[in-house]
Write a protein that binds this ligand. Structure first.
Ligand SMILES: C[S@@+](CC[C@H](N)C(=O)[O-])C[C@H]1O[C@@H](n2cnc3c(N)ncnc32)[C@H](O)[C@@H]1O
Length: 296
């Protein structure tokens, strides 16, 4: 009797294990089909995003849009352009803040901006700018260094929803205390309140900062460079890409930079193992600031 029980228990375990494995396999299969559909219909290749993160985001999107499974999402992706916009929004991790990692901004000011002062015109590309907080931080620093008037900042992202927020330059007032703290730690020379106007529960950044910024949609998966740059800032974007896409994007950056141009990456990103380290000099290891040293 007990032998029979053990036998049926192990049979049940095997069957339920098979079900679990099947469920995961089905989801994996559906995700591959979904990514194919996105590529086929819109030319966005998410195959080179970190798989665990993309799976989590797709499942979140499914829950938020009250779909029953990924196959239903495939049909919507193929037939509803509006749904794709929403999908793109859900695929982006847009966490950002002003003067994030203040030490990095301090080093940028001390080591890079002093060099940029030797140019009469300066082009800066801010790739993956999300909702714009980092771009306004850089614009404030450039203003304090007397550089903003000769700068053109191209701030790009593939998420139109984030770009809209960035263009409006309006942020929740309750975030200003934290931003002020970061600003001071980053070597801010004035009062942070000089750069925004508080109204009700919001703060609007001064339009004098925005005059020098061009916001535009740009997809690092497939779009090329659009001008020669003195500085490229791309922080906390490459971490979501696999090595293949990271290499491709870093090559675009290398080709877009002028000789002696600067590249700033995020805390967990680097040029190591990218094939680009030979083309750059690391000028601030902890802050991930590099300078291009070849002539291509
Ligand atoms: C975590 S945010 C980083 C924001 C800011 N750079 C920072 O560090 O505070 C990542 C941004 O990268 C953008 N992004 C992801 N994949 C992209 C792609 N293929 N092309 C352009 N932007 C992309 C996302 O939309 C998101 O706004």
């Amino acid at each position: 009797m007990s032998e029979k029980l053990t036998e049926s228990a192990s049979l049940i375990t095997e069957v339920s294990l098979n079900n679990v494995v099947n469920k995961i396999e089905i989801e994996d299969f559906e995700i591959n089909l979904l990514l194919q559909a996105v590529l086929f219909r819109y030319g966005y290749d998410f195959h080179h995003y970190a798989r665990a993160s993309i799976t989590r985001r797709i499942n979140n999107c499914m829950r938020k849009t009250a779909l029953n499974n990924i196959s239903e999402m495939i049909a919507k992706i193929l037939h509803e352009v509006d749904f794709f916009e929403l999908f793109l929004k859900e695929m982006s991790v847009t966490v950002t803040e002003m003067f994030r990692d203040p030490k990095v901004f301090n080093t940028l000011r001390q080591q890079v901006f002093t060099q940029l002062k030797t140019y009469s015109r300066v082009n800066i590309w801010h790739a993956g700018c999300a909702t714009g907080e980092e771009v306004y931080s850089v614009a404030i620093m450039l203003k304090e260094e007397g550089l903003l008037s000769r700068c053109r900042i191209y701030a790009t992202d593939f998420n139109n929803h984030s770009l809209d927020i960035a263009e409006k330059a309006i942020y929740p007032a309750e975030k200003m205390a934290g931003f002020t703290h970061n600003y001071l730690l980053s070597g801010g020379k004035a009062s942070f309140a000089d750069y925004y106007q508080a109204k009700h529960r919001h703060a609007k950044m001064h339009s004098s900062l925005k005059e020098h910024i061009t916001f535009a949609n740009h997809n690092l998966m497939k779009d090329q460079s659009f001008a020669k740059m003195h500085l490229i800032i791309c922080r906390n974007v490459l971490i979501y890409f696999d090595q293949v896409l990271q290499n491709k994007v870093l090559k675009v950056f290398q080709q877009s930079l002028l000789h002696r141009g600067y590249l700033l990456l995020g805390d967990k990103e680097s040029l190591d193992f990218s094939g680009q380290s030979k083309n750059f000099l690391c000028i601030a290891k902890k802050e991930k600031i590099y300078q291009k040293i070849n002539y291509d």
